[in-house]
Design a protein around this ligand. Structure first.
Ligand code: NAD
Length: 447
């Protein structure tokens, strides 16, 4: 069994089995595939709507469970960790309404088939959302799923599995295997009975998963890490850009793949931006995630806390300036208070590698070209942001960023927009119609 810890209390709150053999789960998914994919779209939509309604009915319980297993403040768990999966399920119900869209190209009718058995492997930072972002479109498109959640935070997946049954979905459409990345996740990624591996996690594990799947020529989609840039142009509202940017960086204690962890400001505004960022970060109350006053909970595990602290040390050792006094944290729990580094060398480790904690690197640029060069100067390309008094100028810079998503002037997250990256951030897209199409295969029928 694998123990699951509450990162705020350091207490064991559950345990899940180590699945040694994934064959039965893959076989169950294969057996359920024919009947599930043959269901009319409206019937699959009704099943997903029933699941959506059950998640909504159990939202409070799920939010508390996710907070307990990975430490997000309860308000974030309610709004994002549970709110987003409900929205994603609704989006797939809407997408299935009406007839299947068909494309005509000359004498060809182009249709979309389900891919088959999907292996979904997910991380711990948004455990329910990352699962539903795969499960909902995969099932909507007529696939069946074998899911391996993170060993760090698997409890919400167990509860989801129960709710799937309660919602009346047929046996075998959603199968759960628990265990470590290696061997359980690796066995799934390399299984010849799997038709598509949809992976969310670190770049290193993504590379391994892609290599394992390649043996069987299994399709892969990878949602990996990031080191996203928040580019603040000199004509922007600096105070707003820094405040929103710090909030984005610190969301979920910095454990968000799209976090804008590099703040790029014009050299003439660097010192003012540092002052604003330090002030904004100081307003993030660190502590018990179940306390409504808390804005920053613990990191999800002791290993993640240690990893983040070691990056902070490496940053200091490499000469980055620590701009804020380290805030105090509770004695018990895997806490790290917000860290703001100023005058960061864009080539340094803390500006290049994903830290996945509440650490902001402020970097100066000389002019717009320099800002774009720095923003594009990592191997990642997941998200980003541009701020300017001129929306046209911001859009022009946004178009030059090598990344999967860019927000202009703090525009809100769109759960229907394609989500995913390039480079070390992976390939493939989730959410909305693009996410649905990821779980289909195109067939041309000549008439
Ligand atoms: P991780 O890569 O350690 O684990 C992710 C999942 O992969 C877990 O279920 C794990 O058990 C499994 N895994 C690990 N090694 C494996 C292997 N060899 N074969 C098969 N499966 C394996 O990542 P994590 O620490 O759980 O999550 C944090 C990472 O996820 C960060 O890098 C973050 O940026 C990334 N992430 C990306 C997105 C995105 O959409 N791009 C979203 C959230 C998190």
């Amino acid at each position: 069994m694998i123990d699951v810890y509450n990162p705020a209390t350091e207490q064991v709150i559950g345990a899940v089995p180590e699945t040694a053999d994934v064959d039965p789960a893959v076989a169950a998914a294969r057996a359920a595939l024919g009947p599930w994919s043959a269901l009319p779209r409206a019937a699959r939509a009704a099943h997903l709507a029933a699941l959506r309604d059950l998640l909504a009915a159990h939202a409070e319980e799920l939010a508390a469970l996710i907070t307990a297993e990975m430490g997000a403040p309860l308000a974030i768990s309610r709004k994002v960790q549970v709110g987003l999966p409900i929205a994603v399920l609704s989006s797939m119900v809407d997408l299935l309404a009406g007839d299947e869209p068909q494309e005509r190209i000359g004498n060809s009718l182009v249709v979309r088939d389900p891919v088959g058995v999907v292996a979904a492997i997910t991380p711990w930072n948004y455990p329910l959302h990352q699962t539903v972002a795969k499960l909902a479109p995969a099932l909507a498109a007529g696939n069946t799923v074998v899911h391996k959640p993170s060993e760090v935070a698997p409890l919400s997946a167990l509860r989801l599995h129960e709710l799937v049954r309660e919602a009346g979905l047929p046996d075998g459409v959603y199968n759960l295997v628990t265990g470590y990345g290696d061997p359980t996740g690796a066995a799934l990624a390399g299984h010849p009975g799997v038709d598509l591996v949809s992976f969310t996690g670190s770049t290193g594990a993504g590379r391994t998963v892609a290599a394992l799947a390649a043996k069987n020529l299994t399709r892969v989609s990878l949602e990996l890490g990031g080191k996203s840039a928040n580019v603040v142009l000199p004509d922007a509202d600096l105070a707003a850009a820094v405040k929103v940017g710090v909030g984005n960086c610190l969301l979920n204690s910095g454990q968000t793949c799209t976090a804008w962890t590099r703040l790029l400001v014009h050299e003439s505004q660097h010192d003012e931006a540092v002052g604003l960022a330090v002030a904004a970060a100081s307003r993030y109350t660190v502590g018990d995630p179940t306390d409504p006053a808390t804005r920053l909970g613990p990191l999800a595990s002791a290993a993640q806390r240690d990893r983040v602290l070691s990056y902070v040390e490496r940053g200091r050792a490499a000469g980055a300036k620590l701009a804020n006094e380290p805030g105090s944290v509770p004695d018990v729990g895997y806490y790290v208070a917000p860290v703001v580094f100023a005058d960061v060398d864009p080539e340094s480790v803390i500006a290049q590698e994903e830290i996945f904690g509440p650490v902001l690197s402020i970097i100066r640029y000389r002019d717009e070209d320099d800002a774009v060069r720095i923003a594009n100067g990592t191997r990642y390309g997941l998200a980003g942001s541009v701020w300017s008094g001129s929306p046209e100028r911001a859009l022009a810079v946004a178009r030059r960023l090598r990344t999967g998503q860019v927000d202009v002037n703090g525009a809100s997250f769109n759960p229907l927009a394609p989500f995913g990256g390039i480079g070390d951030s992976g390939y493939g897209r989730e959410l909305g119609v693009h996410g649905y199409e990821e779980f289909t295969s195109v067939k041309a029928v000549q008439l």
